[in-house]
Structures are given as structure tokens and as C-alpha cells.
Design a protein around this ligand. Structure first.
Ligand code: FAD
Length: 371
């Protein structure tokens, strides 16, 4: 049989596809990466405006506990020492996140872990239930009334477009609290933002790899498939199978950017807006991710939205219906020997960046072992 032009056609230039392409190119495999968007990088893509790297698809903060993944990304970029310390605006007052001794002081005036713990335990005793039937009951049982009403209720209702009493309890598994004065959102050992933005990593990963933007796999599927021995597919799994078992559902987001003629708009990269009176859930001020000193600033208001086929799919909705449908697509995908499925859309799963990199590296290792 005549050898095809490429070993791998990689559909989707997000982190999964780019890591796969990089690793296979290193192993002397010929790869072609395509993406239907006008740029490469998937959801970590940054758009430069006024000298500021704007995170086009939502704020991305790199964090991991895995030294191997940290070393891996550091091959392609130098990371700054940004520490994510978001604030939260509720009923006109600003609070530190994640829930820690600073938050408790701002909320109740408590100064010691003992005082804060006593209030939380008392509220759990008063408002909690043994077997919570919805998200509200779950949160009250884990954290008590004040924290739930100040930080969780309206924010979560905006995020999911449903009342907390109509949302399933399992959405919130844990609500970690910290009895130290520590505003670092992540517990991970390694954290930062790549200097020059995430495109630096994408460009590094794709060096020496053939790429084509503005190519939708489904517009020319037969011809594209014929180019390579194997396809790595990182798009929506239901779309790959022409929705034959039904459509998987997502929650979407709308981002509204504003340019302000001021050096500093809100003094922090991330501020959450809890109250129902704001339709958006947070404001991102991008320059603070890279300690920018530009004369202007760009902020993004993040509005959660219902999803339909014309919109970007951001968060999978993990209910019984979608899990049943996904299971059928997964079984179909396992029968295809020449297609490798990976990434957040093909696996219908939320992944952080370090997890998606790890999963792509694992896939490469598995394939390389088989030969
Ligand atoms: P994607 O980046 O989505 O790449 C898939 C690509 O496939 C896309 O570019 C798409 O255009 C392309 N594609 C799809 N269908 C086709 C087709 N038919 N033809 C051609 N191309 C196609 N992670 C963190 O670690 N820290 C964070 O702070 C963080 N913040 C986030 C904030 C938001 C709002 C969201 C939604 C996610 C966040 N993440 C964060 C997660 C991070 O974005 C993902 O882990 C990562 O982008 C997943 O990479 P991927 O390659 O699986 O998917």
C-alpha cells in the first residue's frame, strides 16, 4: 500500500494536539495540525492588544504539583511568579479568596482559627442536613449559611443558569477552607504565567510542525483523512459520530472586552462578582497576569450563557443524560483503530492545562510502546 503523506493528521491545535504533534515530530513522525479557528493554540490562545496579552477564551493560570509537567512547559517558556489571589465582591464589600483567615476576618471579624472554626461548625450544625438533596443543602452542610450566601449562592446560580435548589448536590464535592492567612488560590507547588503569554508555549511546541488554521475537519473529512495513516481527533466527540446518539450539552461563556484609558482599573487580575444584580461572574484585568506597566488596560467581563451549536462549548454538563450518551460515543470510538481521541472535547471532560498535557504525553507514550 502506498505510504500516505503524513503519519498523523491532528485535528485541533489546542494543548492536547500541540503536545502530541511536538512529541511525535521528535520521534520522526510527520504530522499535520489543523484547526477550524483562525489561530492555533485552542483555548489558551492569547490575543495581543495594546501590548497586553488578552486571554481570549477566559483567564488561564498555570499550576501543577507535578515536577515533570512543570519542567516540560518550562522548555518552551519562562514563567513569572504570578500567584492567583482573586477577590470577591459581595453586597458592596471585597473579600479575599479562597476561604481563609482573611476572608473570615472580613466576614465576621474573627482573628484566630479557633474563633472562625467555631462559627463555621455552629452554622453547619444549625443549617446542614445529613443527606443533602440539592446544591444549596450540600453547601449549607459543608460550610454553613454565611459563606454560602455571601460567596456561593448567586455566583453558582449565574454560572449554571439555575436555582441552587434545582442543581444537583454532587456539583460541590468539597468546599476547602484554610485556617491560615493565605490568599494563594492554588495549593500546588508550581504556578505562574508564561512570560509573553501562552502563545510562546504553543509556538515552541509547534516549531517544525506543519500547521493549517481555518480548516474545519468536517468540511473536507474524506480528503483530510486520506492524507494520514492516523487521525488524532480533539474536537467534540458527538460531532465526529454525526450526533447519532444525540447531542452532548455544554455551558457556554460570553466575553466582553473593554479598553480603558487608565493604567490600573481594578488593582487585581481576577475579581469575582457574586451578586445577582451583575449578569457577569467576574472581571479579568489581563495586564496584572504579567505585571504590565502599559498606560492603558483591558478588562474582560465574563458572562455565563446557555449553549447551542453555534457557540463555543466550555463546560460539559455532567448529568445522567449526558453521561449515558457519552458512554455510547466512547464505545464507538474504541472500535476505531486509526483514530486517537483526546482532549477536553473528545473526552467530554473538564481538564486543567497540566492535566491535558499529562494526558497527551501518556497517549504518546502508549502509542510509542506499541510501535
Ligand atoms: P482546546 O484548547 O479546546 O483545543 C481543541 C481545538 O480543536 C480547538 O482549537 C478547536 O477549534 C479545534 N477543533 C474542534 N473541532 C474542530 C474541527 N472540526 N476541525 C478543526 N479543528 C477543530 N486550565 C488551567 O490549568 N488553568 C486555568 O486557569 C484554566 N482556566 C480556564 C478557564 C476557562 C474559561 C476554561 C473553559 C478552561 C480553563 N482551563 C484552565 C482549562 C484549559 O483551557 C484546558 O485544559 C485546555 O485548553 C484543553 O486543551 P484541549 O487541547 O483539550 O482543547
Amino acid at each position: 500500500m502506498k505510504k500516505k503523506e503524513y503519519d498523523y493528521l491532528i485535528v485541533g491545535a489546542g494543548l492536547f494536539g500541540c503536545v502530541f504533534a511536538h512529541e511525535m515530530t521528535k520521534r520522526n513522525k510527520k504530522c499535520l495540525v489543523i484547526d477550524k479557528r483562525e489561530h492555533l493554540g485552542g483555548n489558551v490562545y492569547c490575543e495581543e492588544k495594546e501590548g497586553i496579552n488578552v486571554h481570549k477564551y477566559g483567564a488561564h493560570i498555570f499550576h501543577t504539583n507535578d515536577k515533570k509537567i512543570w519542567d516540560y512547559v518550562n522548555q518552551f517558556a519562562t514563567f513569572n511568579n504570578y500567584i492567583n489571589s482573586p477577590l470577591s465582591l459581595s453586597k458592596g464589600k471585597l473579600y479575599n479568596l479562597p476561604f481563609n483567615m482573611n476572608t473570615f476576618y472580613q466576614l465576621w471579624g474573627t482573628k484566630t482559627p479557633k474563633e472562625a472554626k467555631a462559627i463555621i461548625e455552629e452554622q453547619i450544625r444549625q443549617y446542614g442536613t445529613k443527606s443533602p438533596k440539592n446544591l444549596e443543602e450540600q453547601a449549607l452542610s459543608l460550610i454553613g449559611k454565611d459563606i454560602y450566601e455571601t460567596f456561593i449562592k448567586s455566583y453558582t446560580e449565574k454560572q449554571w443558569g439555575k436555582k441552587a435548589t434545582e442543581l444537583p448536590a454532587f456539583i460541590i464535592k468539597r468546599l476547602p477552607v484554610r485556617y491560615t492567612y493565605n490568599n494563594n488560590y492554588f495549593n500546588d507547588a508550581y504556578q505562574g504565567i508564561p512570560i509573553g503569554g501562552y502563545n510562546t508555549i504553543i509556538n515552541g511546541l509547534l516549531e517544525g510542525v506543519e500547521t493549517k488554521a481555518n480548516i474545519d475537519f468536517f468540511k473536507d473529512r474524506i480528503d483530510l483523512e486520506s492524507l494520514a495513516d492516523k487521525v488524532v481527533y480533539t474536537g467534540k466527540i458527538d460531532e465526529f459520530f454525526e450526533y447519532k446518539y444525540g447531542q452532548l450539552e455544554y455551558r457556554s461563556l460570553r466575553f466582553e472586552n473593554e479598553l480603558h484609558e487608565t493604567e490600573n482599573y481594578q488593582g487585581n487580575a481576577v475579581i469575582n462578582y457574586n451578586d445577582a444584580s451583575y449578569a457577569f461572574t467576574r472581571i479579568i484585568e489581563h495586564k496584572h497576569f504579567e505585571f504590565g506597566s502599559q498606560k492603558k488596560t483591558i478588562i474582560t467581563k465574563e458572562y455565563p450563557e446557555n449553549w447551542d451549536k453555534g457557540k463555543e462549548a466550555y463546560y460539559p454538563i455532567n448529568n445522567e443524560r449526558n453521561q449515558q450518551i457519552f458512554k455510547k460515543y466512547k464505545e464507538e470510538s474504541q472500535k476505531l483503530k486509526n483514530v486517537i481521541f483526546g482532549g477536553r472535547l473528545a473526552e467530554y471532560r473538564y481538564y486543567d492545562m497540566h492535566q491535558i498535557i499529562a494526558s497527551s504525553l501518556t497517549k504518546v507514550a502508549e502509542i510509542s510502546k506499541i510501535g
